[in-house]
Write a new protein. Structure first.
Length: 595
């Protein structure tokens, strides 16, 4: 099929660079060269025009957790109030022209205009791509996850529906209309890109018929924080939102352009650092602004969630909690959970992913009867046999079994990294994990919950509660649920090429255990994630928190075990202080979705 590649500048309703004009964002279009109007698949991709690799400097995580006096922060204190956007007089253009047709760029010039979109263009869709505010060739500043970023990307859908303007260049003299567009739009793609799908959908924008977020973030707080702790992606504890924002600020690649905005950019970065409040780890107005789950009721588009169950970058809860909200509000929805990490599964052998996407888009954008409405609401790839895809109508598919630890008395955790096998320089996390799970040690407590005679499916979100006394003014509390038992297990490592054809590898030798899920808490956030309370070292407190959701089948003869510990070298800061955590073992209650 012959295609055309075009570039336009869409006018947004925001002015983040404070120049008295609405910010323009560059938008690239690849569409079939045909007479009929076509629907569009829009990818909002802040990485698209290259990034600042040298600027991705992580924060030091080898530091103690900051201690706070009791804060008395209330729920009203953390509610984000939308900012009013400027209202400028409509500038007068000189007329209307066709879009600038440009040669199709080499794939290396633009990230993530992938083979999938060539596939969709062949099927009669236009591919629409924009890197958004603060990126090369666009106006504004990168303010990751913000109201302004979402409104800017929303304006592309408004333009595709005739409600916003676009221009041939940044002089704003000649307008361009999307005469080729039917007005039916989908948004798709993975990670930050999938996140923008969710954010834009919560605006309820007309014309956005469906979104397909793959490993999309539905709540930025839960991506970078957790229960009062700074807790980004696994092995990336030093990451944070301000780093991502400056990483994507590709306007800097045009040095002359950057110099015109440098002071404002530096001011904006400082505001992001203050807002994210890395030291406290608390939920606040900054994170409330970036919590799209709060507005799930406003989503009008159908949603097809795709999420890896072994993705510890964008953790499974980001997709699963979104699905639960959509389920609660009766929205059109589907969810596919695969055994991979942070990957696309279009070419996973035996996966229904691409077929479902094709049928989903044809139904919602073209109105075709594809039978997609008759499919199950949920597809889950088995961790035992990767050729098996379980189907469900409701999440979670399992109810809670309550385990009460029968041991009495007090047991002690000595949370001191220097007393473990872990070496801060070597970062030998696998040795640390083996020691934690397989040995009796001073820095954790382990309890076998149940040994199963038959295979049992763990599907949902578990919870742990216990009473503890801590000798320091703060502490990291962590918990892990583990399957113990010798077996060759399916891994999330790829056998093949993610862009061609692949399967997941099986272990070559039997392993002794598998981590099902983890959970964490700042001990000063024992009642909520937004206000810290002082800890009296003589007092006992009740601590309760949830684990990350999972869908995992436990093999016959294997044991489900709970491990309580302090810092998590894969996920949390790594304090230097030694902390003693006394646990009343008879108080430990674990709720697991295995019933």
């Amino acid at each position: 099929m012959k295609t055309i590649f075009e570039k336009v500048y869409v006018e947004t309703p925001v002015d983040t660079d404070e120049d008295g004009k609405y910010d323009l964002i560059a938008v690239y279009i690849k569409r079939p060269l045909i007479d009929e109007k076509v629907p569009a698949v829009f990818v909002a991709n802040p990485y698209m025009l290259h990034c600042n690799e040298d600027w991705y400097e992580l924060y030091d995580v080898n530091k103690n957790i900051k201690v706070y006096p009791t804060q008395n922060i209330t729920e009203s204190d953390i509610l984000f109030v939308p900012r009013k956007q400027p209202v400028y007089p409509k500038t007068k253009s000189l007329g209307e022209v066709k879009a600038n047709t440009i040669p199709e760029p080499d794939p290396s010039e633009y990230e993530c205009i992938s083979d999938l979109y060539d596939h969709l263009i062949e099927r009669g869709y236009a591919g629409v791509f924009s890197a958004g505010l603060g990126t090369r060739g666009s106006d504004g500043l990168t303010r990751t996850g913000s109201q302004e970023e979402i409104l800017a990307f929303k304006s592309v859908i408004d333009w595709l529906n005739g409600r916003a303007r676009a221009f041939v260049d940044r002089t704003r003299q000649m307008e361009i209309k999307a005469h080729w567009s039917t007005g039916s739009v989908a948004m798709s793609a993975r990670s930050y890109l999938g996140t923008m799908c969710i954010g834009v959908a919560t605006t309820g924008v007309e014309g956005l018929k469906t979104i397909i977020p793959e490993a999309g973030i539905s709540n930025w707080y839960e991506y970078y924080r957790h229960n009062g702790l700074t807790l980004p992606a696994m092995d990336w504890q030093g990451d944070d939102l301000d780093i991502l924002s400056k990483y994507c600020f590709s306007r800097v690649l045009d040095s002359k352009d950057f110099e015109t905005i440098r002071p404002l950019f530096e001011k904006s970065q400082k505001e992001l650092q203050e807002g994210e409040d890395r030291e406290s780890g608390n939920y606040n107005r900054f994170w409330d602004e970036r919590n799209y789950l709060k507005h799930a009721d406003q989503i009008k588009a159908s949603v097809f969630v795709i999420q890896g169950l072994n993705d510890w970058n964008v953790k499974p809860d980001q997709g699963i909690l979104l699905f639960e909200k959509l389920q609660e509000f009766g929205k059109d929805r589907m969810m596919l959970l695969h055994q991979g990490q942070h990957i696309y599964t279009y070419h996973l052998e035996g996966s229904p992913t691409l077929s479902l996407i094709d049928r989903w888009l044809d139904y919602y954008l073209k109105g075709m009867d594809t039978g997609i409405q008759d499919e199950a609401k949920i597809f889950v790839e088995s961790n035992v046999d990767q050729t098996v895809w379980m189907k469900e109508e409701h999440w979670p598919p399992r109810q809670m079994e309550v385990y009460q630890i029968k041991d009495s008395g007090v047991q002690t955790i000595i949370d001191d990294l220097s007393k473990t096998v872990y070496d801060r320089k070597k970062k030998n996390t696998k040795e640390w994990l083996d020691e934690l799970v397989l040995t009796q040690n001073a820095h954790s407590l382990s309890f076998d919950l149940e040994t199963f005679k038959r295979s049992v499916r763990f599907a949902g979100r578990a919870k742990v509660q216990f009473r503890a006394r801590i000798n320091q003014p703060t502490a990291i509390l962590s918990a892990m649920l583990v399957e113990k038992g010798e077996q060759k297990r399916l891994t999330c490592q790829l056998d093949g090429d993610e862009n061609r054809s692949f399967r997941f590898k099986m272990e070559q030798k039997p392993s002794a255990y598998s981590v099902i899920t983890r959970g964490w808490m700042n001990a000063q956030n024992r009642n909520n994630n937004y206000s810290k309370e002082e800890i009296d070292p003589q007092s006992w407190y009740i601590y309760s928190f949830e684990f990350v959701s999972n869908d995992y089948t436990i093999a016959p003869g294997h044991t489900l075990a709970l491990i309580l510990y302090g810092m998590d070298v894969d996920q949390t800061q790594l304090p230097w202080v030694s902390t003693t955590i006394e646990v009343d073992t008879s108080s430990i209650v674990v709720e697991c979705p295995v019933k």
